[in-house]
Design a protein around this ligand. Structure first.
Ligand code: ZN
Length: 456
């Protein structure tokens, strides 16, 4: 067993640390036994109970609200192994991380639980001695029961996804009569004028009214009065059309008027924010709209949240600048893609198998994600040499193929019912953990550089 040097922590009468036990990490407590049992040297598996105890003994390993900080970044870790790499890069920058971040869709697709997602982050920060603090985001929550689940575990951020109550055809009904508050008025936000014609206002009410009522209902039920120490984000990004600045204004204004405090709002920005590839659209147009969205956020006192932020490098300078370095950005898929890039580099045989599986199952995966992938444009890998495989991760179509099939790959089973790739993949990643940490350091570092994030 090799001790992780950074993980050595002293308690009264005991030393606690993590160690590499070959095929897995373990926790060791020497001396007074804080984790149950007799005093002496005791080794523990990394269970949820051990994680709970660790969070109690070492508060820096428990999540806390981080959105109040000027800059924050969500680093979704679908595999539960990205922590050390993420910590390596975050240590260098002046930003607060959200290391635990998954949506219910991602939990379903990976077959994981929120316990596991949170515990992976806890063990990583303990192992690497990252004491700055981190957040845990119950991402894209749509149901009361899911909110309760995340809160019961101590998640420090809830992303309320209102998409099921946003009606693009303006057929929703709003409980409030607010005509007098908006009609015939011009709102000035840092020189930008926002006003509604009667027709436009009816449409906005029909699109967002029900969603606002739903948000307020959840807020009153779970969060009002500070029952949980938890940040709230409102997500209106999963819609068919971009959020107009006037819509962002209306939503923020109504939330505020009705007494709901939100830390961040995630609009859907103009252009396309597809998974795991750079921005599609006109960056100048994006910049123009980002300026207004950022001004509205400042006006109401929340931050803009940028979802699907993986690899959106060409618009990050605009995000950093227009928000005056106050933003939340979420990434997730790119961390998985970096893990798979290493598979393509170091285990070409296994990569070829997975690639073929992904192609065969692409249509199934497409049900869960909006992408415009042209799978016919992906190079035929039977014609590629092993050395050419990693370059697939610079090809947008190939990236999206692997990006959206992660759940099917991880949960694939062979005829006997044993998993097809998962065990082999995790074993591989454990053997290449240093390389993965370096890749994340580099890749997330690029994101932070383009955002203009200052160094720590
Ligand atoms: Zn989103």
């Amino acid at each position: 067993m090799t001790k992780y040097q950074l993980s050595v922590h002293e308690l009264e009468g005991a030393t606690v640390y993590m160690a590499d036990a070959g095929d897995r990490d373990v926790l060791v407590c020497e001396g007074k036994n804080y984790f149950g049992g007799e005093d002496g040297v005791n080794t523990f598996e990394l269970t949820h109970e051990v994680a709970n105890k660790l969070r109690e003994l070492f508060p820096f390993t428990a999540p806390k609200p981080v959105l109040g900080y000027e800059r924050s970044i969500g680093l979704g870790d679908r595999l539960g192994i990205a922590g050390p790499g993420h910590i390596r890069v975050i240590k260098k920058y002046d930003i607060m991380p959200v290391f635990a971040q998954q949506s219910i869709r991602e939990l379903d697709l990976t077959g994981r639980t929120y316990e596991d997602v949170l515990d992976s982050a806890t063990f990583a920060v303990f192992r690497e001695n990252f004491t700055r603090g981190f957040g845990a985001d119950g991402d894209h929550l749509k149901k009361a029961e899911d909110i309760e689940y995340a809160l019961s575990l101590g998640f420090s951020m809830l992303t309320l996804d209102l998409s099921e109550h946003i009606h693009g055809d303006a057929s929703g009904v709003y409980s409030q009569n607010v005509d007098d508050l908006y009609l015939g008025k011009v709102f000035e936000v840092e020189g930008h004028k926002i006003h509604f014609t009667e027709e436009e206002f009816r449409r906005v009410l029909g699109v967002y009214g029900e969603a606002l009522d739903f948000a307020l209902e959840l807020y009153e039920r779970f969060l009002k009065g500070g029952k949980y120490n938890c940040d709230v984000e409102i997500s209106i990004d999963e819609t068919d059309t971009p959020t107009k600045p006037s819509e962002h204004y209306f939503v923020a204004s109504e939330l505020k008027r009705r007494g709901m405090k939100v830390a961040t709002i995630a609009p859907r920005f103009i252009g396309e924010f597809q998974k795991g590839i750079d921005y599609i659209g006109d960056p100048a147009k994006f910049d123009e709209e980002m300026q207004v969205h950022a001004a509205i956020a400042r006006h109401f006192g929340h931050k803009v949240s940028v979802h699907s932020g993986s690899d959106k490098l060409s618009v990050f300078p605009s995000v950093g600048k227009r928000t005056n370095q106050k933003y939340h950005v979420k990434t997730a898929g790119t961390n998985w893609l970096e893990a798979m890039r290493i598979v393509a580099m170091r285990a070409p045989g296994m990569y070829r198998e997975i690639h073929a599986f992904a192609l065969a199952n692409f249509d199934e995966a497409r049900k869960y994600y909006h992408v415009t992938t042209d799978i016919n444009a992906i190079p035929d890998i039977s014609k590629l040499t092993d050395a050419e495989l990693p370059a697939l991760f610079d090809d947008n179509n190939a990236r999206q193929l692997i990006h959206i099939t992660y759940g099917l790959i991880l949960q694939a089973r062979d005829k006997s019912g044993a998993d097809r790739f998962k065990t082999r993949l995790y074993k591989f990643w454990r053997e290449h953990s240093e390389e993965y940490a370096q890749a994340l350091d580099r890749h997330i570092g690029k994101h932070l550089e383009m955002l203009g994030c200052p160094k720590a």
